[in-house]
Design a binder for this molecule. Structure first.
Ligand code: B16
Ligand code: MG
Length: 217
């Protein structure tokens, strides 16, 4: 029986994935190479340091650790500048209504994000108080597809893993949910997320009870 929702943040609640992409692209361009959208898919849900390692490998660049840390900080500064412009208008379609239905039905919800900026984003968009728990990049040591973030989310909600459903936009995030023994709703396309238990383009017009009874049982 589903008793709780574990939400990814970037690409599910807000479209910060585009800001991450813009900032990583700017960094790559300054280093003399480019990244495209297809490669960017492989960065979704991956921690900042794992992302930069993948990008440098893609650009065939080897840099000293100190320089890598400097670049990661620079990318984050550009990213934070963008997220600081966000308001509740940036919440993706259907999310506010879904949260209202979760609350009305007495279900619990937690955030399960790889981002260290998650608390800042939740504050900016005014959703912080709705979450019963926040597990983010500050409290996990392993990147998705490792299930740590979702296992900690279920623990924080005092639910069993199988009582939680994950909402994700990243292939690695859906792998993480499955590794934790949870079902995963993918926000995206069957092409990007062939591993999801259910694919939605958004939560607009979705009835929570119908979703749980018909699609996730
Ligand atoms: P930060 P999610 C992930 O968030 C993003 O998908 C990923 O692109 C990003 O590198 C990662 O957070 C770390 O973010 O640099 O803000 O700590 O999708 O798990 O909510
Ligand atoms: Mg995401």
């Amino acid at each position: 029986m589903i008793k709780g929702f574990l939400f990814d943040l970037d690409g599910v609640i807000v479209d910060t994935a585009v800001y991450h992409y813009a900032a990583w692209k700017k960094m790559a361009n300054q280093l003399g190479f480019d990244i495209d959208e297809e490669f960017n898919e492989t960065l979704k849900g991956i921690s900042r340091m794992d992302s930069i390692a993948r990008i440098l490998e893609y650009g065939k660049m080897e840099l000293p650790e100190e320089r890598i840390l400097e670049l990661a900080t620079l990318k984050n500064d550009w990213y934070v500048e963008m997220i600081d412009q966000m308001t509740e208008e940036n919440i993706l379609p259907g999310i506010t209504d879904l949260i209202a239905q979760i609350k009305e039905n007495g279900l619990k919800m937690a955030l399960g994000s790889a981002s260290k900026n998650a608390p800042r984003i939740l504050d900016r968009i005014g959703l912080a108080s709705f979450f019963d728990a926040v597990v983010d990049g500050n409290s996990v040591s392993k990147s998705k597809p490792d299930p740590e973030v979702f296992i900690k989310g279920a623990e924080a909600l005092e639910l069993k893993n199988e009582e939680c459903v994950v909402v994700e936009d990243a292939f690695a995030g859906i792998e993480a949910a499955h590794a934790a023994g949870m079902k995963a709703i993918g926000i995206g396309t069957t092409e990007n997320l062939p591993n999801a238990d259910l694919i939605l383009t958004s939560f607009e017009g979705v009835d929570l009870q119908d979703l749980i009874d018909q699609k996730l049982s």
